[in-house]
Design a binder for this molecule. Structure first.
Ligand code: PBE
Length: 299
């Protein structure tokens, strides 16, 4: 809690500083002055996220990011800062990822990443605890078959901006019976068996976990969803406290955690492909197209 409060204060303070900076005659728009207006700060998300770690890696690997810092907060606070910046046409660099509705809602571009710190394509994979196959074979098979189109995840994420996630998941299952029938084909009723899914707290994961809950519950399982940090998500599946998770992002985002626990869970394969993490800026930042275009604080 203490950390949460101080991040909010910090976000508030930097916003004042950035706003104050814009009042000065600093409107030439070249990337050096843009970097100054940004106070050499990247707006990041939760410190426990893979995206946060990748951004820290970028800060240490790009020489031109000397003197830059990442302001960690939460995905929600990042969105608020982004919205504020866009409504005032101010520069901002955010930690971004796809699937996410921000690319549908705003004109944003990923910055090129010539050093490949953020990797290229990411995928999301399903992991299960050791022994799930024997203990709950029906649930295991459904988890194993589960896969979503990235475009479905994205439009679902947009819908839950103003609609309840549970109802949206039920509608999705109703509208996609053919797909769901393939996942549940030949599976016997779960007879009230519990299934615990460990979930990370970002919307794309809330989407898949909630769809999975509807599907499993309709098959007679009793599914609970536990939101945790990525590290706890891996740990709880590895030690058997959770049955499964649909949340690991690979190969970069959660690669280190995956490697750490790899021997203690089973990977059931990709559930979303075509994902991505990186740094993004509004399209109106015309001179900034690559991470290399951000200017060192020491110039
Ligand atoms: N994300 C969304 C998460 C994984 C899912 C990219 C914000 C992360 O960085 O850990």
């Amino acid at each position: 809690m203490g950390m949460w409060k101080s991040s909010v204060l910090f976000v508030g303070l930097s916003f004042v500083l950035v706003t104050a900076g814009c009042g000065q005659d600093d409107s030439s728009g070249d990337s050096a002055s843009v970097s100054g207006q940004l106070e050499h700060t990247i707006t990041g998300i939760e410190p426990g996220s893979g995206a946060y770690q990748a951004t820290e890696d970028a800060l240490s690997q790009y020489n031109n990011l000397t003197g830059w810092q990442q302001e960690s907060s939460s995905a929600m606070a990042m969105l608020t800062s982004l919205e504020n910046a866009i409504s005032n046409e101010e520069p901002i660099v955010v930690s971004a990822w796809s699937p996410h509705f921000i690319f549908a809602k705003y004109d944003l571009k990923y910055l090129e990443d010539p050093k490949g710190v953020f990797g290229e394509e990411e995928y999301v994979t399903t992991i299960a605890r050791e022994g799930l196959k024997e203990d709950k074979p029906g649930a295991y098979t459904i988890l194993d078959r589960f896969e979503l189109d990235i475009s479905d995840v994205e439009s679902f994420m947009l819908t839950i901006q103003d609609q309840e996630i549970e109802a949206t998941a039920e509608n999705w299952v109703e509208d996609n019976q053919e797909t769901v029938n393939e996942w549940t084909k030949g599976i016997e009723d779960g007879g009230g068996t519990s299934v615990d899914l460990a979930m990370t707290p970002w919307d794309d994961q809330r989407v898949s976990a909630n769809i999975m809950k509807v599907v499993l519950d309709q098959k007679g399982y009793d599914t609970s969803i536990t939101p945790v940090d990525p590290a706890v998500m891996f740990e709880s599946v590895a030690n058997g406290e959770s049955d499964a998770s649909l949340a690991p992002w690979m190969p970069i985002t959660h690669g280190d955690l995956y490697a750490q626990y790899e021997d203690s869970f089973e990977d059931l394969g990709k559930n979303v492909t075509g994902a991505k993490i990186g740094l993004a800026v509004p399209e109106y930042m015309e001179d900034v197209n690559s991470i290399k275009d951000l200017k060192s604080a020491e110039q």
